[in-house]
Ligand binder design. Structure first.
Ligand code: OMP
Length: 240
């Protein structure tokens, strides 16, 4: 039952369902996979929703830092363009509201999608990343392509990524060598998130996972949607 999910996760997922941030149907993902559900962080556009997601990120980040005492306090909260931008700003405001002393000297920043060659130039807006401990927040991880690009970008700007927090971890396996061509070999593979943790030596956190979502839907979603989600999970779930 949903009683096993912490209250802040349930509240977050319920906001997503009631605001159609989470939708059900047939969606082609960036990875080429056909998903029966989609999480659209761009739909958090009212003040109550933005506040709800910021509270959930803040809770997740504070728990992450408490559970990982070797992780230094971030100097910068980085939200990759475009969807990460309002998320990083709102989350930093929420962290500061909860604990002004700890978060007063922390900044946010984000990247430009196109490099600007006039005005102040550069590809980062907000706090520069050079020499800084950076906590990245992003919306969703599926195959890990977006996360990988962000890690490379932050490193190129001279920042050290001390953590990576996503709203929804879809808990999917790494893509197979021919998946882009539509050939799914059905092999077991480790998670995209686990692979990146190992490769970049970065710790990660998520507000909620596909497992949490399915558990919540079992109590209140349509039976049809739950079946399709379970079938999708059986096909793409990571082996670790
Ligand atoms: P990966 O780069 O494969 O990890 O996919 C993550 C990105 O895909 C996210 O940053 C989104 O741009 C997009 N996405 C969603 O927004 N919601 C989803 O439920 C699934 C995806 C996706 O295409 O996998």
């Amino acid at each position: 039952s949903s009683l096993t999910i912490p209250a802040y996760k349930t509240a977050f997922l319920e906001s997503c369902l009631s605001a159609n941030v989470l939708t059900f149907g047939t969606y082609t993902l960036k990875s080429g996979r056909q998903s029966p559900y989609f999480f659209n962080a761009g739909s958090f556009h009212s003040a109550p929703l933005l506040s709800a997601i910021a509270q959930a990120y803040a809770h997740t980040i504070v728990s992450f830092l408490t559970a990982n005492p070797s992780v230094p306090k971030p100097d910068v909260i980085f939200g990759p363009a475009y969807k990460g931008i309002p998320l990083a700003c709102a989350t930093l405001l929420e962290l500061h509201r909860l604990d002004p002393e700890t978060w007063a000297n922390v900044s946010y920043s984000f990247d430009r999608k196109e490099v600007k060659d006039h005005g102040e130039g550069g590809s980062i807006v907000g706090a520069p990343l050079k020499g800084k401990n950076v906590l990245v927040i992003d919306d969703v991880i599926t195959a890990g392509t977006a996360m990988r690009d962000t890690l490379v970008k932050v490193a190129r700007e001279g920042g050290t990524v001390v953590g990576f927090a996503v709203a929804l971890d879809r808990e999917e396996k790494m893509p197979g060598p021919k998946e882009k061509e539509g050939i799914d070999d059905g092999e077991a593979r480790g998670s995209a998130m686990g692979q990146i943790r190992g490769e970049f030596g970065v710790r990660t956190a998520s507000i909620a996972t596909l497992g949490d979502l399915i558990e919540l839907l079992r109590g209140k979603g349509s039976e049809e949607d739950v079946k399709r989600m379970e079938a999708y999970r059986a096909r793409y779930k990571a082996s670790d």
